[in-house]
Design a protein around this ligand. Structure first.
Ligand code: SF4
Length: 608
């Protein structure tokens, strides 16, 4: 059996065996497969039976993940399969094109700037890496042969070996023969990118087995791809750009005036309001002409703001159903600005055609619960839903709701924040080692920090808004160094440390989630609630409650990352003990509710 499913190890665990049986039954019944599978189950092993199916039925696997570490795990698993079963197949590992690009300083561009730049240099034959990749030279043939023989290679290794060429183009050439393509979500979700890869690699959705790893991120990623924004600073930059290149500015100035006019003529509460499509609708000929004139600046620079304006106006022509058109007023660097957003509320608009056309799809995540919520909002109909329990030893975890405080808006006060900081001081003093504390917002984090810094003996590290990758890494390195004496990292639930970081072993002893990370009930959230009320009669749950609980569970998941990890997770808010939130916790967390957290922690630590 293990040989038949190309299993990469000598032994299979009971839970993996069950998971693979469920998966294969679903495949046989031509139903997509959605699973909630907690960390440690060995989800990536499903690559093995699906690879066996792909080889037998001449399909290609797309393993899609937004996490760098998951690329490495997938490559490692495929390497093991190849070695153990002595089978030959090609694997290509893609990340975002910009991250693969060998051009110096390319990372300083925003993704849209990069996209425009890359398109432009390719069209004008100005990228030497691209030209070299397009030529059918003997050197290129040697390189492709070498890369195929070394496969599976992690994307970093491939980029290093093909840095004289365009690594993305080289990967596309290899993808033609690939049985497994490891990539990011957007390689499949974005229609132009998907079409490009499919055309070049001779692939199709009908012949694809798609695995969405960490699939709890899918709704957000799909919505983002269909959302478009236009602000007054962007239009101002477009006007400046037009002047700089001696291009007509009249239409752009009218667009700017119109933005200001509609913001003045509509009544705005809380700095935002809904806008009708016809209030900002521009003829398609005008959009076409803006696109045309944007070609001039693109000849000289990597980005055109005129093109950004044209792209937004084009998106605005899209449907109303599943979208919200919102005008926001704000200030940036003390300068007022107006922003118009065409926000996608419904990720199934993007996903439904992919679900319909693909040969087989698997979505998996450690926080894919409630699974029916994901099935509904992503637009799956013909699918199998499975929830597996954690295989980690129960005695290694203490998961506890402490209903002594709340960050509920109406109950926020100096006294409440004093109470929260007192509890945090007591918990962090009692727990030897590092503690990660999450807050629902930067404001609350800062308020608690102001109190905590005078009470705790431990060193405090803090997350600040918009950390880049390097700054985040630096904080983590410092935090890890404190594993013996212990420190506290104050972070925000939806921020940089909320998910995707692995602090294994004794690097992290406890996680405290302070408050409920509910999204600010702005117009977008209200529209989302209305939309899901109409569609599923579950607006409050689907638009407000579940997204917050998923963030909480992601935060909590930072604590126990392996079978041998031991840790404490505290959910510090009285609302977690309310029935409607309590029922969102997976059963295998064995949640306790206690108003005596110190006693519970003492008992847990004594058993250590
Ligand atoms: S074609 Fe390749 S090398 Fe050239 S800019 Fe685009 S990604 Fe970079």
């Amino acid at each position: 059996m293990l040989n038949e499913i190309l299993f990469p190890h000598d032994k299979i665990r009971e839970i993996q065996d069950q998971m693979i049986k469920d998966l294969l039954t679903s495949y046989k019944n031509k139903k997509h497969f959605l699973m909630h599978a907690p960390t440690g189950i060995g989800k990536t092993s499903i690559l093995a039976p699906l690879l066996a199916k792909a080889i037998k039925n001449n399909k290609t696997i797309f393993f899609l993940t937004s996490r760098h570490t998951q690329h490495k795990i997938a490559v490692k698993t495929l390497k093991l399969i190849k070695e153990k079963h002595k089978i030959d197949f090609t694997i290509v590992d893609f990340i975002g094109k910009q991250h693969m690009c060998p051009i110096k300083d390319i990372s300083s561009l925003s993704s849209s700037q990069f996209y425009e730049y890359c398109k432009d240099v390719r069209e004008k034959d100005e990228c030497i890496h691209y030209l070299k990749s397009k030529n059918k030279s003997p050197e290129k043939a040697v390189l492709l042969k070498k890369l195929t023989s070394l496969s599976p290679l992690h994307v970093e290794e491939l980029c290093k070996l093909s840095k004289e060429y365009c690594p993305f183009e080289i990967s596309c050439s290899l993808a033609d023969k690939a049985k497994v393509i490891i990539a990011d979500y957007h390689h499949i979700l974005s229609e132009p990118i998907r079409k490009n890869i499919f055309e070049r690699a001779n692939k199709s959705l009908q012949n694809s087995i798609i695995i969405f790893d960490e699939a709890h991120n899918l709704p957000k990623r799909a919505r983002e791809l269909l959302t478009a924004n236009l602000s007054t600073p962007i239009v101002e930059r477009a006007i400046k750009e037009a002047k700089q290149f001696f291009l007509p500015t009249e239409e752009l100035e009218k667009i700017h005036t119109n933005l200001q006019y509609i913001s003045k003529s509509t009544s705005i509460s809380n700095q935002e309001t809904l806008i009708k499509k016809e209030d900002f609708l521009y003829p398609k000929e005008l959009i076409k002409s803006l696109k045309k004139i944007s070609e001039t600046p693109l000849e000289e620079k990597k980005r055109s703001y005129i093109l950004s304006v044209a792209s937004f106006l084009e998106s605005w022509h899209g449907p109303d159903q599943g979208f919200a058109r919102i005008l926001t007023k704000g200030t940036s660097y003390r300068k007022p600005f107006i922003q118009l957003s065409y926000k996608c509320l419904d990720p199934s608009i993007l996903l439904k055609p992919i679900i319909k056309e693909s040969h087989f799809i698997t979505c998996m995540s450690g926080t894919f619960s409630p699974i029916n919520f994901y099935k509904d909002i992503l637009g799956f109909t013909n699918s199998t839903l499975k929830e597996y329990l954690s295989s980690f030893p129960k005695e290694n975890q203490l998961n506890m709701i402490v209903p002594l405080t709340t960050t509920k808006f109406t109950q926020r006060s100096d006294q409440m924040f004093q109470n929260i900081s007192d509890i945090l001081t007591s918990l962090t003093n009692q727990i030897q080692g590092n503690v990660l504390v999450f807050f629902p917002s930067y404001q609350i984090k800062d308020d608690i920090f102001n109190l905590l810094q005078f009470k705790t003996k431990k060193t405090i590290f803090q997350e600040s808004p918009s950390l880049d990758k390097q700054q985040k890494e630096e904080i983590l390195i410092k935090f890890k160094k404190y594993k013996e004496i212990g420190s506290i990292l104050l972070a925000v639930s939806a921020g940089s440390f909320g998910e995707g970081i692995d602090l294994m072993g004794d690097l992290l002893k406890a996680v405290v989630v302070v408050g409920l990370p509910l999204t600010k009930p702005d117009l977008e959230v209200k529209k989302l609630i209305d939309y899901y009320d109409l569609k599923f009669n579950k607006g409050w749950d689907y638009g407000y409650k579940y997204p917050a609980m998923i963030k909480t569970l992601q935060n909590a998941g930072r604590c126990i990352r392996s079978e041998t990890d031991k840790g404490i997770t505290v959910f510090l808010d009285e609302r977690y003990a309310w029935n409607n939130y309590l029922q969102c916790f997976p059963k295998d967390l064995n949640i306790k509710i206690s108003k005596e957290p110190s006693t519970e922690i003492k008992k847990f630590l004594q058993n250590d």
